[in-house]
Design a protein around this ligand. Structure first.
Ligand code: UDP
Ligand code: MG
Length: 243
């Protein structure tokens, strides 16, 4: 992925937004509260993925009082991976931090990830105590187990959006729809050091989850097969002479 933006900030917070109207004001407030403690330069990139509930309108009004906030707005819904891709392309941070717009991830956990970035290139949040309906918790457990087994991975919770990446992680990967669930695997394939850290998880207070078993299971299985294929067919060689 070509990122032509200058890397002149410490952090880019990249957040996909799809119909999150009532979460946006508390989200910005909480983020500013936590990020201002870090003594790092940062930007917050909200990528509106074709919301129809007036989310962009609210972001535009928050933006008037926050010059660190940037809005990228899609004309229609393109999915979470597309939103991340557009955000990363515009990001100016040396480190990218991703999270959900619904405050299920806690911005107060960002320092936990950054601490680990001293030794690793990718840090994945692990929602150790999920605050979701039981059906989602169970399906996610099964999903993670199947994913780990078929892709020979050990990522406890790849669905957790709270993650940190060194900017370079995205230089050589091409992003496809649904790939946001496999970022850790893609990064490992590129030779980056990946770890996970336990983070808190909160119930969704406003709006609805965009995913259910039906729309997640089948597309994820399809994507999983693609990842499995990519891992198996990855080009590997050892040069013993080159004159
Ligand atoms: N999202 C998005 N485009 C979509 C679906 C979701 O930008 O097509 C955003 C959504 O607004 C949220 C994040 O991606 O910020 C994760 O979605 P959600 O919270 O519904 O997923 P869950 O936490 O229930 O798995
Ligand atoms: Mg959520």
């Amino acid at each position: 992925m070509q990122n032509t933006s200058p890397a002149d900030l410490d952090l880019s917070i990249v957040i996909p937004v799809y119909n999150e109207r009532d979460n946006l004001v508390p989200l910005e407030k909480k983020l500013e509260e936590e990020l201002s403690k870090l003594h790092m330069s940062y930007e917050i990139i909200l990528v509106d993925d074709g919301s129809m509930d007036g989310s962009p309108h609210i972001i535009n009004s928050i933006k008037k009082n926050n010059s660190r906030l940037k809005l990228i707005r899609f004309g229609s819904n393109h999915g979470q991976s597309a939103a991340f891709a557009a955000g990363f392309k515009a990001a100016r941070g040396k480190i990218f931090v991703t999270l959900d717009a619904d405050l299920q991830n806690n911005p107060a956990d960002i320092p936990l990830l950054l601490e680990k970035m001293e030794e690793f290139d990718v840090v994945c949040g692990w929602r150790f105590k999920r605050n979701d309906p039981w059906i989602k918790r169970v399906s996610s457990k099964i999903g993670n187990a199947v994913r780990n087994s078929l892709s020979q991975e050990e990522i406890a919770d790849t669905g957790c959006s709270l993650k940190a990446f060194r900017r370079e992680c995205f230089d050589d990967v091409k992003l496809f729809k649904g790939m946001h669930r496999f970022f850790p695997t893609l990064m490992k394939m590129e030779g980056f050091r990946v770890t996970q850290v336990k983070v808190s998880h909160h119930p969704r207070l406003h709006g609805e989850s965009k995913y259910n078993i039906r729309n997640r299971l089948f597309s994820s299985l399809h994507d999983l097969m693609a990842i499995r294929w990519m891992k198996k067919r990855q080009i590997n060689y050892d040069i013993i002479q080159e004159d």
